[in-house]
Design a protein. Structure first.
Lengths: 617, 325
């Protein structure tokens, strides 16, 4: 075998090196019944970037860009779930996978989805038929692969898609933001690429919020490309500790991918160096500014960003305990009256709660991963959630220069409904996606869960779940809200104040992996009698993905599930949204074959409901 | 091509020679008169032994454990033509490893050369001698890094290079480009300067350990190795071939199979790929993007790549996708 490999190596290499400096492996052969449509552009580095659609024939019809009535006759649905997914390859293999086996690429995996998958293939946006009445509901009708850069670690897009919006999709490890035109779904066009060198003061993009003018704000969680002072587009300067460090930035990106502005997420004055450690230290300018979640109220001219963690966590002494304050407890609110000069008006530390955790990193405010704004004109509030703290915070007025944030729900109260024997709280339960419903009645929250035994042999873990809170009374209280989780009984039973959120439902999505449900999106489109879709505030469906970031040790089962919602917020699994290969509910991204070929398992991080422009009023 | 495999008698002799612990020599592998790669067991630990260039005369010895066990051996050795013995120690056990070398006498050897020859070796190509690094594209690479510094709004450059042809060419290229672009050339790693690393591996390791330039480090494309990572310094390193590319993965996989424990390097990848002519560089930084700090990640299984890591326990994050040479 060795001799054969040696003989093959030069031949293979000559092929691999056809584009000597190309980043990408040779594309796996696309399926025969697939039409390939490529969209290219040249980015600021002079390199040609591309998205390659692999459009699938459905019942003899091709899922191609349709227009008007012609497309109505097409057999597939015109509402799609777009899932931003990374190719899984050898570098994602866990230590436990190779334990006791000789070292080699993918040494012990038995599934062809993995065996074919040693070298990196392209990351992609999967386009899934999301119209429940469609005969091909749940089928992957296109995989739009991106290149030439591989191993982007596809992460977030914007939270909600509205008619006319582009899709903004970020690569955590590539520091690239891709902008896609989705008017002609199921085909996509590449309309912009924002490169690491286009955001010199920030790195490691996390999430986006699309504005009505077609541009978007993005959070760049990590610090400037080079350590030292960085000059932002508004003329301000902050000192940082380098790529992936601190402080992060807020970047406004155009429809063409160009940077319109990059402003500092950090105050001009230092924050508390104890509460905000940085590695390496930034002398005299400590900061917790590592923005992750981002949502915007354009009508209020406010942008809310939650700080999660200094992402680089450079290779420190492995024996030295890490500072739990690396997991941030802060939320930043910006005035965006001038869209290209967002002004930081408040930095709020989320209050500690009543739980006394054995691990300080599990205290309530640790790791404010996400934030979500209210939507209706009469509401000015916003929520924030902590990934490791396992709680929900709320402030009733984001226009206040000194917003008051209170803890209003502990995930423990949802967990106990799934496991009545629960004896451990929600410390580090992995809370992720948090989102208000468009009508401001409900709050949706996805939780990865904590595996049994994490806190000790007696720990039953925290369930992997999605829950729905009824927030109507909280928002109705306006600025006079009194809800506050400040006693231990409220951790388990929910808040005692009358305006506290109440649990509408909790739905467990258990699996045997290190991950759990991390992200989600609501379906904000309904099909009218005229065959056209309209945007609705009456959400009846959530899509949820089960993947975090494999190389952090928290992976997932790589499935995307759809949960049905009642008008009272009750969740149930949509069993008609099924995997086209396995016949079971949820679409699995652990598959051998894709429209773009035999590329193997993929990692679905985030999703959006999107409708073809020709079918949306 | 003549291959040398240890005979049963040799294996038996090795067994007897093993001192405190059970020591078994596994089948050895050597190119004809070239790089020596042995996979042995020292005590209970598998160990890879590389001797470069694997000729009589001056050689370097590299040892590594795929399980992270500390392994020691004399690093610089002078070998006789024919049979030699190198003592390897791991976790308190020792093993005398027989090394056979022949061919022209080696006058030069270093770790960079060993990495290059190992890249050739795992590609299935014959290996040759070691020589001080040639100038090659060093001037253009250093000039490109200076341009990157200028485009990153860095005002000053401090160049660290050695006295090899490569180092001299890199220094000249960097200084000329800095003067052309109006960047200040600093003699020390001051607060406004980026330190451009364009010397040897050993020089680089020392500089990264001992200095803290205000604008970080930019490292030349021959310097990517685990030694370039530092707990408290940001090093951005250039490559001509992307480690994540198909050829990069193929090289890392081949290395893990044939020389487990030894880390992939940019020099090894270049030789593995046949030293293709590059027109652009990519820039990367070593990052351990762990969103769950250790103290906070209880209960979650941690991942470790199946192939050897380029930068220890971290990953390479893309800093610049294309920088013209």
């Amino acid at each position: 075998l060795k001799k054969r490999r040696r003989l093959l190596a030069p031949a293979v290499l000559s092929g691999l090196l056809a584009g000597v400096i190309a980043f990408v492996a040779p594309s796996p052969s696309a399926q025969a019944d697939v039409k390939v449509v490529t969209s290219k552009l040249q980015a600021t580095d002079g390199v040609t970037y591309w998205v390659k659609n692999h459009l699938v024939h459905l019942n003899g019809e091709l899922q191609a860009p349709g227009t008007g009535a012609e497309a109505v006759t097409n057999t597939g649905g015109k509402k799609f779930l777009l899932v931003w997914a990374g190719d899984q390859n050898a570098a994602d293999t866990k230590g436990s996978d190779i334990q006791g086996a000789p070292l080699a690429v993918n040494p012990v995996k038995a599934l062809s989805e993995d065996l074919v998958d040693a070298p990196p293939n392209s990351d992609f946006l999967a386009v899934i038929d999301a119209e429940p009445t469609s005969a091909t509901y749940g089928k992957v009708v296109n995989t739009a692969t991106v290149g030439p850069v591989v191993e982007n670690e596809p992460h977030h897009m914007q939270y909600v898609w509205h008619k006319g919006d582009s899709i903004f999709a970020g690569g955590l490890y590539s520091d690239i933001t891709y902008v896609f035109d989705v008017k002609a779904l199921p085909a996509l066009k590449l309309s912009g690429v924002n490169l690491p060198t286009d955001t010199l003061c920030g790195s490691i993009p996390d999430a986006y919020w699309a504005l009505r003018d077609g541009t978007a704000y993005g959070t760049y969680m990590g610090g400037p490309d080079a350590p030292g002072p960085c000059l932002y587009t508004n003329g301000e300067v902050r000192v940082g500790n380098g790529f992936g460090g601190s402080p992060g930035s807020i970047v406004r990106i155009g429809k063409d991918g160009k940077t319109l502005s990059e402003v500092p997420a950090a105050l001009p004055t230092p924050e508390d160096p104890v509460a905000c450690p940085n590695y390496p230290q930034i002398p005299g300018t400590a900061t917790c500014a590592n923005p992750h979640g981002i949502q915007v109220r354009e009508d209020l001219n406010r942008l809310v960003a939650s700080d999660y963690a200094e992402p680089r966590n450079i290779v420190l002494d492995p024996v030295k305990p890490q500072d739990s304050n690396l997991f941030r407890d802060t939320v930043r609110i910006f005035d965006i009256t001038q869209r290209d000069n967002a002004k930081l008006v408040s930095v709020s530390r989320m209050p500690d709660g009543p739980r006394k955790e054995r691990n300080p990193g599990h205290e309530e405010p640790r790791g404010i991963m996400e934030t979500t704004v209210t939507n209706l004109p009469g509401h000015k509030g916003a929520f924030a959630s902590s990934m490791c703290g396992g709680v929900i915070y709320y402030t009733p007025d984001i226009t206040s220069p000194k917003p008051v944030w209170r803890e209003v729900f502990d995930d423990t109260a949802a967990a106990k409904t799934l496991n009545p024997q629960l004896t451990e709280g929600a410390g580090c339960d992995g809370g992720g996606w948090v989102q208000t419903s468009p009508d401001d009645k409900f709050l949706y929250h996805a939780i990865i869960g904590r595996n049994p035994g994490a806190l000790g042999p007696a720990d039953q873990g925290a369930p992997k779940q999605v829950y729905v809170l009824d927030i109507r009374k909280l928002l109705a209280a306006g600025s006079a809200t009194t809800c506050s989780i400040d006693t231990l009984p409220e951790v388990f039973d929910g808040g005692k104040e009358a305006d506290c959120p109440t649990l509408a439902s909790a739905f467990e999505l258990s699996d045997g992996t290190s991950g759990g449900p991390h992200w989600g999106a609501f379906d904000n489109f309904e099909l009218g009698g005229d065959g056209f879709y309209r945007e609705t505030t009456n959400v009846r469906r959530l899509a949820v993905s089960n993947y975090f970031v494999a190389r952090t040790g928290v992976d997932g089962n790589h499935k995307v599930c759809v949960l049905d919602l009642t008008s009272t917020g009750k969740l149930s699994l949509d069993t008609s949204f099924r995997d086209e290969n396995e016949g079971t509910p949820c679409v699995s991204f652990n598959r051998t074959d894709w429209p773009h070929g035999r590329a193997g398992a993929a990692k679905p991080h985030s999703e959006l409901y999107v409708v073809a422009d020709s079918h949306l009023k | 091509v003549k291959r040398r495999w240890p005979t049963l008698a040799t294996a038996a002799a090795v067994l007897l020679a093993g001192t405190a612990a059970v020591a078994v020599a596994l089948p050895a592998d050597a190119d004809d008169g070239g790089l020596v790669v042995h996979r042995v067991e020292v005590g209970t630990h598998p160990v890879t032994v590389v001797v470069a260039p694997g000729r009589p005369g001056r050689n370097v010895v590299q040892v590594a454990s795929p399980h992270g066990v500390e392994v020691t051996t004399p690093h610089d050795v002078d070998l006789d033509a024919g049979s030699n013995t190198i003592t390897v120690t791991a976790d308190g056990a020792t093993l005398d490893v027989p090394i056979e070398v022949d061919g022209p006498r080696s006058q030069y050897a270093d770790d960079e050369c060993a990495a290059q020859l190992l890249g050739q070796h795992v590609a299935g190509r014959r290996t040759g001698e070691c020589a001080p690094p040639a100038a090659g594209d060093a001037s253009r690479a250093a000039a490109a890094l200076v341009r990157h510094a200028q485009e990153t709004r860095i005002a000053a450059v401090h160049v660290v290079a050695d006295d090899t042809p490569r180092g001299r060419a890199a220094r000249a290229g960097a200084e000329e480009e800095a003067r052309r672009l109006g960047l200040r050339l600093d003699d020390i790693a001051g607060p406004e300067a980026v330190t451009l690393l364009a010397g040897s591996w050993s020089q680089t390791a020392t500089v990264v350990r001992d200095s803290r330039p205000g604008r970080g480090f930019l490292a030349a494309p021959w310097l990517l190795s685990p030694a370039i990572t530092s707990p408290e310094a940001l090093v951005t390193v250039a490559t001509t071939l992307a480690p994540q590319s198909a050829v990069g993965r193929a090289y890392a996989a081949a290395l893990a199979e044939e020389a487990p424990g030894l880390a992939p390097t940019s020099l090894g990848l270049d030789r593995y790929a046949g030293s293709p002519k590059a027109s652009t560089l990519q820039l990367w930084t070593a990052a351990n993007v762990q969103f769950l700090p250790r103290a906070l990640s209880a209960g979650h299984a941690h991942s470790h790549g199946a192939t050897a890591s380029w930068v220890g326990s971290g990953q390479l994050a893309l800093v610049r996708s294309s920088l013209a040479l």
